[in-house]
Design a binder for this molecule. Sequence first.
Ligand code: ADP
Length: 195
Amino acid sequence: MRREAMIEAVRAQMPEKRWSHTLGVMHTSVELANRFGADPVKAEQAAILHDVAKYWPVDRMEEALRGEGRGLADDLLDYDKELWHAPVGALVAARDYGVTDGDVLSAIRFHTSGREDMSLLDKVVCLADYMEPGRQFPAVDKIRELAEHSLERALLAGFDSTIAFLLEKGKRIYPLTVAARNDLIVRLNREADRQ
Ligand SMILES: Nc1ncnc2c1ncn2[C@@H]1O[C@H](COP(=O)(O)OP(=O)(O)O)[C@@H](O)[C@H]1O
């Protein structure tokens, strides 16, 4: 699907406020992609589609994950429903929007949870979702500051804030986010040792 048609179709899937968030993620994804050497066209496409399934009814998301999406995120069904829209979004992007690029589909699929060994594009879109201009939460200024120089340090601060928030609320933590955080720490330590 062409860019403009995709934008209009996704916009129709969500309330105005969420569309403003999506516009923010588009803008920030392109900015981060240019800053850190990712493909800005892919970054923007993943950003356009990242929340396409956000307003699906829960039973529809569950049906998609148990049906055509089986094997994609089976373990996720045990965790907070807030996380489901990301892999469902990747399914929708491929099926209804004709996205075939694996990098783009991966960035949509992992934009909320993260994962171990995240690709450059995964990191860009996940971080953009944390720090787009409309986001307001205690750690966001620190995340934006870190993102001036380090994609990994900024994303780590993002995961830290999500994990701290979940701990505070007494909620369960989907382990892939913990794995993503641990992996970033190992990589950052390795990099520091090399310097
Ligand atoms: N690892 C996790 N385990 C459980 N809940 C999580 C995890 N990561 C994120 N969440 C929750 O998922 C919700 C949606 O995340 P958010 O990134 O704000 O949404 P969106 O992807 O739509 O922008 C948040 O309430 C967040 O706390």
